[in-house]
Structure formats: C-alpha cells, structure tokens
Design a protein around this ligand. Structure first.
Ligand SMILES: Cc1ncc(COP(=O)(O)O)c(C=O)c1O
Ligand SMILES: N[C@@H](CCCC[NH3+])C(=O)O
Length: 432
C-alpha cells in the first residue's frame, strides 16, 4: 500500500507525511519510488515482455529530474524528450543516447544539433521543414539520423481541449493531405542522411477510453499500407504515443495499460499478417500514467476564511505555482488533512493557493476534517505535470522534491531559494 493511514496520520510509501513536512518544509513534492517502479513493471509485464520488439519511452515532460532519468534507465524504459533542456538533463544523467527520442512541434536548430551530436535514437519530425534542417545538420556532421513523422490522425479524443492533440486543427503533427504527406515521405525515404523509420501519433492526454487510439491506429495502418503500395517501402516502426489516463478523483474510471494496448496490438498483428510484412516495432510514450499517482504534494494550512453562507476558503502555502492544472484545465484533485487523516470529513471547504489570482484554487468543494492553521494538507496524484509546469509567479520558489521508498526519504530536487530566483537578474549601468 503506497498510501496508508496510521494513528491519524497519512503515510506515503512508508513515510510519515507530517514528519516529511517538518523535515523538508512545505510546499513539498513527494514521489514514491515504489509506485513508479510498480508502474514500470506493469508496462514490462503487460507490454514489453508480452510482445516482442516493443519499447516504452517515458514522456519526460510529465516529471523529469536527474534521479528520474536513473530510475527510468534502471527499469528498462527509453526516454521521450521535447526540448533541449530535457535532452540536456538526460545527457547529464548519462542516459543512453540511443534510448532517447526527441518530440516537439518547433525544435530549434540548436536543439536538433544537440540531439544529433549526442547520437540520440530517434527524432520525431513534426513539420515539413524540420527534415531539411536535420538533413543539413547531418550532412555537415557526416551523420545519419533515424526519424519518424508525427502525423495528425484527425481524431478528436475525449479530454480537455488543451490536452487533445490528434485533431486536424492542431499545432502538432503533419496533416495527412495527400499533397502534403506523400512528398514528405518520398523525401525521407530517398535522403542519404535519414533512416526513415515510420510514423508517430499521439492523440491526447488523460484518456480514459481507447476509442481515439484505435481510430488513429486505423489511420496510421492505412498510411503504412499506402507507403508499401506506392513506394514498396515497409516502415519498420510505429509509435502510438501515450495519453493513458490516471485516477485523480473517484469519478475517474482509470483503465489498465492492457485495455489500451492489447486491442491495438491485435489489430497491428492482423494487419501485418494481411500485408505479409514483419510487424513494425511498436513504441509507446507514457508520461502521466507512470508518475501521476506516484506523487503527492504537502502544504501547510495558513489563513482560513469562512464567508458565512457563501464559502470557506482554506489557504495553503503553495498553489498554482506548484500545480497549474486546476487553473489551466479545471483539473480536479482530492486531498486530506494529513495530520487528521482518521477524523470525519465534516467540513466543506475550498482549498486555495497563496498567489494573487482568484483562480488560484487547488480544490473546489472538498470535504475535509475541520482544519486549523499549521495543519498539513496533502493533495493526491500530483506527480505528473506539477513540478514540470511549476513557475515562479509572485516570486514563489519552486518547492523541493523528495523521493520516498519503504519509509526512507531522500531529496532529489532542493527547494529553490530567493537567491536562485534572482540569480540571472542584472541591474544595468543605467539604473545603478
Ligand atoms: C508526443 C507526446 N508523447 C507522449 C505524451 C505523454 O502523454 P501522457 O503524459 O498523457 O502519457 C505527450 C503529452 O501529452 C505527447 O505530446
Ligand atoms: N500538461 C498537460 C498534459 C500535457 C499534454 C502534452 N501534449 C497536463 O497537465 O495534463
């Protein structure tokens, strides 16, 4: 059990959360190594070991630190990065270059050079002129790079509009209009500096049903067939993205990896038999599903305002700066007063942050134990897209992250200091 209640206190991966808050301060991101490892094991058991020639590239954008790179490498996964900064973090952690894949809809020349210099495994090309840039860099450096084309499969998945990515009107991917996609494919096949590996799609994030994955797969398989028919070229790989949803609240009907992947693998195997080709190597890119439920955030409760007949605001010492998701996507979370974990949840409150924004609300209408200043509040399922989307708004420092496992805790990201925040600021001569 990752989450447990003992003597009225919330424990997370064997650690007393009130003691963690005392030792490391709040706000505090707490990541359970046991939970992350369990997720990786589920991926190995139900996908990597079940089907030959498969890879799982952890989508680093969900939560990336040097230590996370180490865990991902140890657990046998690859890494999907989307920026020079994520790639640099992987390089600094000595992550094997051939296991890195580079996504992104507007990679800079500098970022592509870094990727090619480091000989990373795959670049997922996301725009027509990106291929020319990669070719130019490879030519200059005498290298050859593996690429896939990210396609826009034209499916609308069932998630918040900001995190659906597969519909035609999207900044991601290459549209499948014949006059756009076929010349691009021909160019990639014929380029002496490119190994054209195939296609990539990612339909959206926090998905709780497999419909859009299956629809997009149908589109991708049709394209693979067209390429065989037109150019007699069999693409050796297919990347079917991530997006597997997690449980934020009791309303989220989370599904297993197998629920998404088994029907897709079945369809791909059938297709390969029909076409009489070797089944392409299949790659997935899970992010949220590995780290989301593996993390919680601890806060200290401060001001409590009970506006009679209207609402009771319980403010904590963090907010949209450490978790932008409620403000950005109206995302729902659940939480608990960690030092009153056994007490009846009789109070209906709104958990608000400390930023100067009325929208800085973490949980609207939460049922919690009667809280007082100084209590510790834990928000669940914050392991994905919390730390990685943190900001310094209102000059709030980014919280520390601790990694916990079987009752032991270690810092993996130190708390930012006020000095860190102003370290890059300069007062020019004109203002001295
Ligand atoms: C290309 C790509 N791959 C993988 C992911 C990871 O998605 P998730 O965290 O939902 O698994 C994303 C983000 O949505 C993405 O854009
Ligand atoms: N940041 C988003 C998901 C990322 C979407 C990336 N394509 C979230 O918190 O849900």
């Amino acid at each position: 059990m990752i989450k447990e209640i003992k003597n009225n206190i919330l424990y997370f991966d064997g650690c007393n959360t009130v003691e963690l808050a005392e030792k490391y301060g709040t706000p505090l991101y707490v990541m359970s190594e046991t939970a992350i490892v369990e997720k990786c094991k589920e991926i190995r058991d139900t996908f990597l070991n079940k089907y030959e020639r498969t890879r799982a590239a952890y989508a680093a954008k969900a939560f990336l630190t040097l230590s996370m790179c180490r865990i991902i490498e140890r657990e046998g996964l690859c890494l999907d990065v989307v920026s020079g900064g994520e790639l640099y973090t992987a390089i600094k952690a000595n992550f094997p270059a051939e296991k890195i894949e580079f996504n992104g809809n507007n990679k800079s020349i500098g970022e592509l050079e870094l990727a090619i210099d480091y000989n990373i495994g795959r670049i997922i090309v996301d725009g027509l002129d990106e291929l020319d840039i990669i070719e130019g860099i490879c030519k200059k450096k005498g290298k050859k790079t593996n690429i896939l084309y990210r396609i826009t499969p034209g499916v609308k998945s069932d998630s918040h509009d900001y995190i659906v990515t597969g519909k035609k009107d999207s900044k991601f991917g290459i549209p499948l209009d014949d006059e756009v996609i076929f010349p691009a494919i021909e160019k990639a096949i014929n380029s002496p500096h490119i190994n054209f590996m195939g296609f990539h799609f990612h339909v959206g994030s926090q998905l709780l049903n497999n419909e859009s994955h299956l629809k997009a797969l149908g589109t991708a398989l049709k394209l693979i067939k067209d390429i065989i028919d037109k150019y007699n070229y069999v693409t050796p790989e297919l990347n079917i993205g991530g997006g597997f949803g997690i449980k934020y609240t009791d309303d989220d009907d989370k599904k297993s990896y197998a629920y998404f992947l088994d029907p897709m693998m079945e369809r791909i195997e059938e297709f390969s038999k029909e076409m009489n080709i070797t089944r392409p190597e299949i790659v997935i890119e899970p992010g949220r599903s590995i780290v989301g439920e593996s993390g919680i955030t601890l806060y200290t409760i401060g001001t409590i305002k009970d506006i009679k007949g209207i609402r009771k605001y319980v403010s904590v010492d963090g907010g949209m700066t450490d978790n932008i998701r409620p403000a950005l996507y109206q995302a729902k979370y659940e939480g608990i007063v960690a030092n009153k974990a056994d007490m009846a949840k009789t109070d209906l409150v709104t958990i608000s942050g400390k930023c100067c924004e009325s929208g800085d609300i973490l949980i609207k209408d939460a049922h919690i134990a009667i809280a007082e200043r100084g209590d510790i509040f834990a928000v669940f399922s914050t392991g994905a897209y919390g730390y990685s989307m943190a900001s310094n708004y209102n000059k709030n420092p980014v919280p520390a992250t601790v990694l916990v496992k079987d009752g032991k805790s270690e810092i993996i990201v130190k708390r930012q200091t006020y000095d860190h925040m102003i370290a890059n600021e300069v007062i020019p001569e004109s203002l001295k």
